[in-house]
Design a protein around this ligand. Structure first.
Ligand code: TAP
Length: 481
């Protein structure tokens, strides 16, 4: 029987008034998992109004940090109790591998636990500003937080926003990507079972152009936190200008991964592969530009290709799969178009480049790990974010050339350096204009660390104490003694 998903507004699961639905597809086999509603503009506006009234009532915003932490821990425990179900839903809806999905769900519950402990440890600042004048600096919730997330990490991106926004005492409205709503629905079923007062957390399923745009424009929303493409991020910033709401934007990237001739080559090869092929390259921080020092290029590429050829591509629910599906047919076609562009631009395709045609894979959306060499910096496949399992490899002579190539991009999300000379590695990584960087590893990070980009990769930071700041106002209170 077809499962019809619902909206969660003011503590109730309700059908949208709009009869039109979106098929939710399993990208590994094109099976229809469920039908998702497309909430209307009027429903979105009503939801914003409810979130605002709940905020103003103080049922959540005026709870003590300790009381809020207690609820965050209940949500974390609920996620832990449903870890397998959430993992399976993520695999089924997004196409990633079980191992990747399980890591995401585990990170999600740890994010709730982290913000619960941060709340319990946050203390206000007070000082004597002048004789007989005592000043307190206090943090307050902002009001209604609109949380708009993409399809590549459906549960994790939701939780990176929900946990700090609730921790700060806001009311929230989550809008998942239209094509990946399954784990968000399950998460809200978990939230429903906790002591979070009704009307604090709402879930709106629908399109970006209606639900997302209405949230971004609304005078009732005080902060919008968005993860997705740079183009949509720019639109959100324009829409948010109406009531000057705070915006936090986590956007795209085209991240450089620099391999020096003194690197541990086996380590660099392994991380360079993980850097681009994790999540089938549908990761904002993917190491999609590999910069290899000229004199080790031949030996590096030989090892790199040898290992890349062994990557097992397949359905996420097969434990042997190392790289899963592309999230949708539309996105698969966009990646294949980029591969075509690369060939036409004159780049040399040395691995992959095709949709996978094996019998068990061709009913899903699978693309071979793809490697281009002989590229130049003006090529579209070097400049634009492909967001798929496609890497471009360039060479460099000296340290300065590597830094120049690394920064020759409009983006500034991530970057890595591999070298056994630690002083050089740190010197170079400090010159890479990006917010998330690595030395001798790739994609390793923690919930305490600020996540976000320079240049057109965004504004603001998720996670850590920085992530909480995005959802808080800061007030000074000057007290005559
Ligand atoms: P987008 O098309 O930007 O969509 C992201 C979210 O925004 C979806 O929920 C989408 O809704 C919604 N949206 C679309 N148009 C909107 C509008 N006018 N107003 C408000 N919301 C709107 O990105 P995507 O295709 O989902 O994800 C891929 C991109 O996201 C890549 O460029 C990637 O780099 C970036 N990304 C960045 C990060 C970080 S941490 N920097 C993380 C993940 C992804 P619907 O799609 O449901 O209509």
């Amino acid at each position: 029987m077809t499962k019809y998903l619902k909206l969660f507004i003011n503590g109730e699961w309700i059908h949208s008034a709009n009869p039109e639905t979106q098929d939710v597809i399993n990208p590994a086999n094109q099976g229809v998992i469920a039908k998702a509603p497309k909430a209307t503009k009027a429903e979105t506006e009503k939801t914003i109004h409810i979130a605002k009234s709940t905020f103003e009532s103080g049922v959540w915003s005026e709870r003590t940090p300790g009381e809020r932490a207690e609820v965050l821990l209940q949500i974390a425990n609920g996620i832990e109790a449903h870890l397998n179900e959430l993992t399976e839903l993520e695999v089924m809806n997004n196409g990633k591998t079980i191992r990747e999905a399980e890591a995401d769900v585990t990170d999600a519950l740890n994010t709730f636990r982290y913000y619960a402990s941060l709340l319990q440890n946050q203390t206000d600042e007070t000082f004597e500003a002048e004789k007989d004048l005592q000043t307190m600096i206090v943090k307050e919730p902002m009001g209604v937080a609109g949380l708009i997330v993409p399809w590549n990490f459906p549960i994790l991106m939701s939780v990176w926003k929900i946990a700090p926004a609730l921790a700060a005492g806001n009311s929230i409205i989550l809008k998942p990507a239209e094509i990946t709503p399954m784990t968000a629905v399950k998460l809200y079923e978990i939230i429903e079972q906790t002591d979070l007062p009704k009307g604090v957390a709402q879930l709106l399923l629908g399109t970006g152009s209606v639900v997302g745009q209405t949230i971004a424009e609304s005078e009732g929303v005080d902060v919008v936190s968005f993860t997705g493409s740079t183009q949509v991020g720019q639109r959100i910033m324009q829409a948010a200008a109406g009531n000057l709401k705070k915006v936090s934007l986590e956007l795209g990237g085209k991240s450089p991964n620099i391999i020096f001739n003194d690197a541990d080559i086996d380590l660099a090869v392994d991380y360079a592969l993980f850097g681009i092929f994790m999540g089938a390259g549908q990761v904002c921080t993917s190491g999609s530009r590999l910069l290899v020092q000229e004199d080790i290029y031949a030996s590096f590429i030989e090892k790199y290709l040898e290992k890349a050829k062994t990557i097992q591509v397949g359905p996420g629910n097969n434990v042997n799969s190392e790289m899963g599906a592309i999230v949708s047919e539309k996105h698969m076609n966009s990646i294949l178009d980029y591969i075509q562009v690369g060939k036409e631009e004159g780049a040399r395709l040395i691995l992959g480049g095709n949709r996978m045609e094996e019998v068990d894979l061709k009913k899903g959306f699978f693309i071979e790990p793809t490697v281009f060499t002989d590229v130049t910096s003006d090529m579209r496949i070097v400049r634009e974010e492909i967001f798929g399992p496609v890497v471009v490899i360039q060479t460099f002579k000296e340290e300065e050339d590597a830094i120049h190539l690394a920064n020759d991009t409009d983006y500034g999300l991530a970057g890595a350096v591999f070298s056994q000379d630690q002083a050089k590695a740190i010197r170079v990584i400090k010159k890479v204009r990006a917010g998330i960087t690595w030395v001798n590893n790739y994609h390793l990070s923690s919930v305490q660390s600020p996540w976000g980009g320079y240049k057109t990769s965004g504004i603001g930071r998720s996670l850590g104490k920085y992530g909480l700041d995005e959802y808080q106002e800061t007030k000074q209170i000057n007290i005559s003694m």
